[in-house]
Ligand binder design. Structure first.
Ligand SMILES: [Zn+2]
Length: 304
């Protein structure tokens, strides 16, 4: 069984912007076209708004007052997104979607929020198109509800998960791992495990390095819950990055992450994170293929 969390309200009109806010709907539509949404093995859930208490699992009150008051301050300006109600609420709902997906994976073992992955958000400020650190909130929620005790965050977005690394810097029950392009935004924080790749790294080296890290996480940390930030921006034709993954490389990446953790019967919650390919259809295809890999383990569904 795979849970999909999605709402058309993840979209907000942010004007001409490198961030493709339409990708969420495009991925959902693509899954729908192939009939997957009708499968008894797929459960579709609506996201919900996070509560103030859930936001406070990660964020400071002063920042929440600013961002939820749609104020332009240094702490919100760094989002690089328009500070309007419609925009903040879309990202807030998408963050709540990660909470719904995270809880669902405890029982279904596999879930994907067709949004989320806002790993640059810090407790006291927004950064890099991220207002709320959804995965960090979800980790704290699962730990508090005792639905997980050892959580690994496998962050495969092109950019380092700097906000997440900072938030969990002193938290032994959450293992932060980031594989990213070293010579790129952001200013790096220290994750539990960082792999900073050189410009131009392609499928084989990426997957070799990732494979070693996953083995290390499995052996040494032994998570009982995993988040996978399946960022599409390591793609060879991405506008913000200089890694060179192909569509085939992304499929192998999904196989490595989903195959390893689902194969070990560990609940896995996937979020989309970034993706800025010159042709948005490439970003959509990468995210779509990640969903197909999740479905591939369900008996009545056959992945691509
Ligand atoms: Zn990114």
């Amino acid at each position: 069984m795979t849970t999909i969390v999605y709402s058309d309200k993840y979209f907000a009109n942010i004007g001409p912007h490198v961030f493709p806010a339409q990708k969420y709907r495009l991925v959902y539509d693509e899954i729908g076209k192939d009939g997957y949404l009708q499968s008894p093995s797929v459960q579709i859930l609506q996201p919900r708004m996070p509560t103030r208490d859930e936001l406070r699992f990660v964020h400071e009150d002063k920042y929440l007052d600013d961002v939820l008051g749609f104020r332009i301050t240094p702490s919100t300006f760094s989002s690089e997104l328009p500070m309007r109600r419609e925009v903040v609420e879309a990202f807030l709902l998408s963050s709540g979607g990660t909470l719904v997906a995270a809880e669902s994976a405890v029982t279904t073992k596999k879930s994907v929020n067709l949004g989320g992955g806002f790993h640059h958000a810090f407790p006291d400020h927004a950064e890099g198109f991220c207002f709320f650190n959804d995965v960090a909130m979800a980790c704290r929620m699962l730990l508090k509800e005792k639905k997980a005790t050892r959580i690994a965050i496998v962050d495969c977005d092109l950019h380092q998960g700097n906000g997440t690394a900072y938030i969990f810097r002193d938290e032994p029950n959450v293992f932060t791992f980031s594989i990213h392009q070293e010579n790129n935004y952001p200013i790096k924080q220290t994750s539990d495990l960082d792999i900073g790749l050189d410009d131009g790294v392609g499928d084989d080296e990426y997957l070799k390095r990732l494979g070693g890290a996953i083995e290390q996480i499995q052996k040494e940390f032994r998570p009982d819950y995993v988040f996978y930030l399946a960022g599409a921006d390591p793609f060879e034709d991405d506008q913000l990055g200089s890694l060179e993954l192909t569509h085939e490389g992304f499929k192998r990446r999904d196989e490595m992450v989903v195959g390893t953790f689902c194969g070990a019967d560990i609940p896995l919650c996937v979020v989309l994170a970034g993706g800025y390919s010159r042709d948005v259809r490439d970003t959509v295809r990468i995210h779509y293929n990640t969903c197909l890999r999740l479905f591939a383990d369900d008996k009545d569904l056959k992945g691509e």
